[in-house]
Design a binder for this molecule. Structure first.
Ligand code: UGA
Length: 475
């Protein structure tokens, strides 16, 4: 996405421009800081990592996020954005401090809130007047209330309140998402005190104003639902493989129902990234803490783990025992458009295949993996060289352009598993490659798994009665 292509969105202005501070310059914080400056606010952005701070001050963006560099340059120049490592300097004159620090999962699956607790306390100590701490990071319900209690003893003289304002930005599309929100969620207690946070955004943006626990749960529930949807699609895909049906067609047909929707309903290698896996396990941890079973979220996790197991089994059934077999992986980033490999299906598959004795070679256009369980190449054909099987694990557009005949020549074998549906099956076959996908059944003969041959149905008279004659049509 080029920013210039969307001048209307970028010309938007906040309902009430103000002075605010953004603490943390990761992909959420830095994106929020530059976009808030674009909306007309004066923003002090606090980053304590010296290397990152130096880079940002020099106009370099340490994350792969289209549009951020342009806005950073524009607002360092306009003076609406300052970057500092000093919370007191960032908070000076600010009426709002946005907490955008990490909440990584602990070994138990619940989020580690230490960074946010430190950031909240530092901001509260630096406040010169009534300060609203706005929590953008994803936190378990109840965290805003807990933070307010934590910072209260810091300041008897000035009021420090805490609001929830979760973000819904996708990595790689964060600037676009910021200016095209489906909704802005603001959680405050009491509900009447939302005005300051609400007015940070343009008045026309859809909003949900609610209590803090509800706002915090919106974020967990939204990411968990996306995960449930992906896992459901992958469950259908598995069923399609077993039945000889085509998951692309089935899920397309399902997704056209406006009540369901096509997004996040594609068959694939499972969900990854820094958010969905973390937030589903956070949702489960939160539920466990209040003795709620969270069955759907657990099922989504379990189906997602099966996705990698299923890919390993598919590769093994195509090439035989994996010990010593060369497998070339195309794609290590958790999705196209990012260099982020956290919980990436490609890396998960590399690890599982290496554990089964396979020798891994891999390529990714952006991601570099220091702890790669195998060799990483800059060129996809080099990653395929000598491989018995090639597996496409990230839907990079560049893989659509692969010269398949060259790929075949580089490979020792002919198996291609396209886990993300970017390759053309007919073109693969024409190049002499064996094509395996996710959710595409091998063409089977007549395979009446449930009914068996129907001759039996013609024996005797059809059953009749209220269930057939009076039941709902097609029910
Ligand atoms: C996700 C949410 O989409 C954002 O709304 C949210 O703000 C963000 O988490 C967050 O909590 O910060 P993100 O992790 O950047 O955003 O990536 P997504 O585009 O949602 O993809 C997540 C995973 O789902 C990827 O591994 C992707 O490949 C996978 N996916 C997505 C599928 O497997 N199938 C699909 O149909 C769609």
């Amino acid at each position: 996405m080029s920013l210039e292509t969307d001048p209307a969105a970028l010309a938007l202005r906040a309902a009430r421009p103000t002075t605010l501070c953004v603490i943390g310059a990761g992909y959420v914080g830095l994106t929020a800081a530059v976009c808030l400056a674009q909306l007309g606010h004066r923003v002090g952005c606090v980053e304590t990592d010296p290397g990152r701070l130096r880079a940002i001050r020099a106009g370099h963006v340490p994350i792969e996020e289209p549009g951020v560099a342009e806005l950073l340059a524009a607002h360092l120049a306009s003076g609406r954005l300052r970057v500092t490592d000093d919370v007191a300097e960032g908070v000076a004159d600010a009426s709002v401090a946005m907490l955008c620090v990490g909440t990584p999962p602990t070994a138990r699956g619940d989020p580690d809130l230490r960074q946010i607790a430190h950031a909240a306390r530092a901001a509260a100590r630096a406040a010169t007047d009534h300060l609203v701490l706005v929590v953008k990071s994803t936190v378990p319900p109840g965290s805003c209330e807990a933070l307010e209690l934590l910072v209260a003893p810091e300041r008897g003289d000035v009021r420090v309140t805490v609001a929830s304002n979760p973000e819904f930005l996708r990595e790689g599309r964060a600037v676009f998402d910021f200016f095209h929100p489906d909704r802005v969620v603001v959680g405050v207690d009491p509900p009447g005190s939302a005005e300051l946070v609400v007015s940070l955004y343009p008045a026309a943006w859809p909003r949900v104003v609610c209590d803090r626990r509800s706002a915090e749960l919106v974020k967990y529930a939204a990411n968990t639902f996306l995960a449930v949807k992906i896992s459901f699609a992958n469950e259908v895909a598995g069923l399609c493989e077993a039945l000889g049906a085509d998951a692309d067609q089935v899920l397309h047909g399902v997704g056209l129902d406006a009540r369901i929707g096509a997004a996040f309903l594609g068959p694939g290698p499972g969900f990854g990234g820094s958010c969905l896996p973390k937030d589903v396990s956070g949702f489960v941890a939160v539920a466990e803490a209040v003795q709620h079973p969270a069955r759907m979220a657990r099922a989504a996790e379990a189906v997602n783990e099966d996705a990698i197991v299923g890919l390993v089994a598919k590769i093994e059934s195509a090439v035989g025992p994996l010990r010593g077999v060369r497998v070339g992986l195309l794609g290590l980033a958790f999705k196209a458009g990012t260099d982020d490999v956290r919980h990436s299906p490609g890396l998960g598959l590399a690890t599982a295949l290496a554990a089964a004795g396979a020798r891994i070679t891999a390529h990714d256009p952006l991601a570099v993996v220091p702890q790669m369980p195998g060799l990483q190449f800059d060129d996809p054909y080099e990653a395929a060289r000598g491989a018995e099987a090639v597996v496409v694990t990230t839907a990079w557009p560049a893989y659509r352009e692969l010269d398949l005949r060259r790929l075949r020549r580089e490979m020792a074998g002919s198996v291609v598993v396209d886990a993300v549906g970017v390759l053309d099956g007919a073109a693969l076959s024409a190049a002499g490659l064996e094509w395996y996908g996710v959710g595409r059944g091998r063409p089977l003969g007549f395979h009446p798994v449930v009914t068996g041959p129907l001759e039996w149905a013609l024996e005797g008279e059809p059953a009749s009665g209220p269930a057939i004659s009076g039941g709902p049509a097609g029910g």
